[in-house]
Design a protein. Structure first.
Length: 516
């Protein structure tokens, strides 16, 4: 949507550029500060909306902006109405910066009692916008963005909440540097691919134990909603302007209450909560936790696990959850076992792992693969192209799809050559969607009885063969590469040509000597 709405896209770019030129050049810091401003804007909007809905329904409503607020560490008491976005956004630059820093932001950090996930994780947040001019310009641009959203909403008959979510996702796309311990943003189309392979359903408890900005949770929500709307033959037209209007409250609450995310990075937790909130999921279950540490994981409780956990990290032995039995400190192996532990019997997972997990010879690596083969039905091993995660990293990766408690008989391998984008740092969109449409189609109709041609991009390998190869899951171990016959000229002919070249060289050297 943003690519076709030039005005809205330009406004989002302007907001980003204002922070860059205003002295906040770190992408993560800029997005975090923008997130705080958006939260202020959303609180004001949600409060007025709930007030209006209550009035129409003839019921009492108590606003979070009713009454007074005592500013921490001071004796100053202010009217909460002055803490609204709609109030302070009209102030002069110097007055606005002081008001937001001293009054509004502390008020936001005291909202933990309200039923908003984002408010729970802002306690230790820091407001670092340094200049009055930057704050005013940012507030003004955000107002313009929301005005354009409403305009586009009316003209195109699109859902306003959906457009807000798209805007925030575009802001998140500006985070171009990998994080600590191998964290990096998963491309949206890869997230969507895994969700479509897993096919989440209404009522399924879904978790991402390394959720980052919440991409898997959000895409699962969208997928389930889309399927429900499709089943009910409901279109998002002018008659259905509010996201999930076609769904009753019970279904909407079921969706909200079955999405869970953990992340070790508090900044990522905030961004995930805001990402979900901007898409209409106000009370998501996103938590600041290290799921590999002692006591943080709830075992055997989830129907679906989808995740792209950190690679190349190490966890100290004394901090590792006792439920994890692999004798290793490598985070990618521990996460893989943790995903298995989180699943219910019959639950399905989609996990992105580095290639080394597929063929590594260490005892822990082999044991991790053994769990997938002996305790699960390993449905698919999908090798991704090396450039999928550029510009963050060029590490080779693969997707594993497996169901806990089912039996592995044959494993489906797919060698993806193209994901629809160039495989360099630019990641430019190609004309088609690469191998993704074929992959989805072939995965859904896969049949182990007629798919053993190992010269193709996809084929089956039996469990017995994999066990015989020490549980090796590298596609190169089993794929057959077609060799082309090359015909060379006879050695005598090649030698004759070399002599001719040598004679020409001697002739040219002689001519050069005469000139000297």
């Amino acid at each position: 949507m943003l690519q076709t709405n030039v005005t809205l896209k330009n406004k989002v770019d302007q907001l980003w550029n204002k922070f860059w030129s205003g002295g906040i050049s770190n992408p993560l810091t800029a997005v975090e500060q923008i997130t705080y401003l958006l939260f202020m804007k959303q609180l004001d909007y949600l409060d007025f909306k709930q007030m209006s809905d209550a009035k129409k329904a003839g019921i009492m409503y108590t606003s979070m902006f009713d009454g007074t607020y005592r500013i921490p560490s001071t004796d100053q008491i202010v009217d909460k109405q002055t803490l609204r976005w709609s109030y302070f956004s009209k102030m002069s630059p110097e007055e606005m910066l002081s008001h937001v820093q001293v009054k509004v932001f502390p008020f936001l950090k005291d909202l933990r009692g309200y039923d908003l996930t984002f408010a729970k994780y802002i306690k230790n947040a820091v407001f670092v916008i340094p200049k009055p001019a930057l704050l005013v310009e940012a507030v003004f641009t955000i107002e313009e963005i929301f005005s354009e959203i409403e305009k586009y909403y009316e003209e195109q008959e699109k859902v306003s909440q959906e457009i807000q979510g798209d805007v925030y996702e575009m802001l998140l796309s500006q985070i171009t540097k990998g994080g600590v311990n191998g964290q990096f943003k998963t491309p949206k189309h890869i997230i969507k691919l895994i969700v479509e392979l897993i096919e989440p359903y209404l009522g399924s408890r879904i978790i991402d134990p390394a959720c980052g900005t919440g991409g898997f949770l959000l895409e699962s929500y969208k997928y389930i909603e889309k399927q429900l709307l499709k089943d009910r033959k409901v279109n998002k037209t002018v008659e259905d302007k509010v996201l999930c209007n076609a769904l009753n409250d019970e279904i909407s609450n079921t969706l909200n209450n079955n999405l869970y995310g953990y992340d070790i990075d508090m900044t990522m937790v905030r961004l995930a909560a805001m990402n979900l909130m901007m898409h209409g999921i106000d009370n998501s279950h996103v938590y600041h936790k290290n799921t590999l540490s002692e006591g943080s994981s709830k075992l055997n409780q989830y129907d679906i696990v989808m995740t792209n956990p950190p690679f190349k990290g190490f966890i100290e032995g004394e901090l590792i959850n006792k439920s994890l039995t692999l004798r290793t400190k490598k985070s990618e192996l521990l996460f893989l076992e943790n995903v298995y532990n989180l699943l219910k019997i019959g639950g399905t997972a989609g996990v992105i792992i580095p290639d080394g997990v597929l063929f590594g010879k260490s005892k822990a690596t082999v044991e991790a693969r053994k769990i997938l083969i002996e305790n699960c039905e390993l449905k698919a091993v999908i090798k991704l192209p090396n450039g999928v995660f550029k510009p963050y990293t060029s590490v080779s990766t693969a997707i594993l799809i497996f169901t806990k408690g089912s039996e592995t008989k044959d494993v489906w391998f797919y060698d993806m050559h193209s994901d629809g984008y160039s495989l360099d740092d630019t990641r430019e969109t190609l004309i088609n969607y690469g191998d993704l449409p074929e992959l989805l189609k072939e995965y859904r109709i896969r049949n182990p009885y007629d798919n053993h041609n190992r010269k193709k991009k996809f084929f089956f390998v039996s469990k017995d063969e994999i066990v015989g190869e020490n549980y090796d899951l590298s596609i190169d171990r089993y794929k057959e590469y077609a060799l082309e016959e090359v015909t060379y000229e006879k050695p005598s002919i090649i030698l004759s040509r070399l002599k001719e070249i040598e004679e020409d060289i001697h002739k040219e050297l002689a001519e050069l000597e005469e000139m000297l």
